[in-house]
Design a protein around this ligand. Sequence first.
Ligand code: PEP
Ligand code: MG
Length: 584
Amino acid sequence: MKPTEQKEIILKGIPASSGICAGSAYIVDKEGVKVVKRYAVSDQDIKKEINRFKTAVKKVQNNLKEIIEDNLQSADIIETHIALLNDKEFYNKVAEIIEKKHVNAEWALKKVTIDLTAKFKSIEASYLKDRAEDITQISDKIMKSLTGIKTVNIKKIDKRVILVARDLSPAEVIQIQLEFIKGFITDKGGKTSHTGIVARNLQIPAVLGLKNAAEIINNEDIIIIDGNKGEVIVRPSAGTLAAYEEKKREYENIKAAASRKAKFPARTKDGLIIPVLGNIELSEEVVSVIDHGGSGIGLFRTEFEYISGSGFPTEARLFEKYKGIIELMSPEPVTIRTLDINGDKAFKFASSKEANPALGLRAVRYCLAKPDIFITQLRAILRASAFGNVKIMFPMIADKSEIIQAKELLYQTALSLEKENIDFKKDIEVGIMIEVPAAVITADALAEEADFFSIGTNDLIQYVFAADRSNSEVSHLFEPLHPAILRMIKHTCDVAEYKGINVAICGEMASDPLNLPILLGLGVKEFSMNPQSIPHIKEILRNISVEEAKNFTNEILRYTDITEINKAAQKKYEELNGKTYPAS
Ligand code: PEP
Ligand code: MG
């Protein structure tokens, strides 16, 4: 690979899938359909125009169905796109605009897409912002079908390249042939976008949300993707290219070494086996947890079925989803977190108009206020529990009475299943997430009602610092090693120990190797994280003893300055790993 003479440019985006690669750019889609003209459609042609739209939708639908048949791995995500194609707010609205305004299908489609995406983007919830991307992506496909624009068939690319696109839909990413495509970058998309999830499942480096990469990069330009940092280097100098080749080698060595041992337990130097589990959102991610050596699922976020569809999921649908995951993971545990809706994960339909959604009718509060919806989920979980090793976890508990009420509904649900002679796991463990400061302070009272604790640091940090987790303006306050957070974790672990219940951690903090010795030293007994981080974290745990972690943590707990703590944690990382932090 030869570097070019032009000056190198560094673009910063969102690190969607880890790994480093360098190669020749292959522009897939630079602009999409940019100019959409409006023209009048006469009375007698309205029906024809609506049919033209319907045919285009059908074409896209058939194409997506074919992709699912070819590749079952990410079927759920593509099914979401198929469901969107028929979504009333979307499909009917386009037809309605064509009919009422006497306009062409392209213009009506553009109008509905703009209106709908603006609606989602206006809600301060990253989940919904990313769902706006789903709409843009399927609208784009219909638009191309309407206008007859040919798209590059990703499946047919047979050169070793890096894809560069304005946007790539999950269906397109799934068609990537790994022997040819080294990685991909897009201008749109975010960390929780479906495209990012599919990339992580494929384990291919990807940086999304670059804004103008497709404009800056030309076909066959040499580019480097650093999926760990979310950087893309365009037309790198010879020096940069060489440095990155070295960095890539080092990263892959670390990854390979960790992966080789991924299936072995994380046994500390003093012989304690620490369970390391995976966090998932979709059934497709279970395989990734198993492949990365996770000994179960410590957090199954169940919001997807509620966020992706155009209505509440049925008990039958939830049961099938849960059963599939539980059977796949059996006999290892699957901790199903009950619906944590609203806050940063709002419904697409029926979204609430709260001034402060993160402080509003969210998670268990919502479920207790809407028992019918809650009971449907509880029935599905209990029925599925007959097929493996299930635990139930309630999110956002702030007061003991919430656990009591939630458990009462669970008990009533179990009774009714018993009456119907439906099998379920009778001794199911019921735990809670510790993610609200009030829960930390009253952990002793909560432990009376809970079989286990799982610390959700993403929300705990948000609520402790009064800093919205999806607001980048206050992201500097997200310091997981801040004394306020460490002391809260310590208190939770001490109480759990005293009360004899297990304490896990499932927030993002658990996946950063920097934090590991401290979390272990604070008394966390179990770790759950994104599947890709499992091998590395297990390796770190193997390099330390609990005693050493405790001594180090005692030293850390004396600091009041976050800079000092971070510095000490980095020094410890170097000591344990023989290299500077971060590893990549
Ligand atoms: C958390 O809050 O730390 C957590 C794990 O849950 P979520 O990110 O889904 O709110
Ligand atoms: Mg949370």
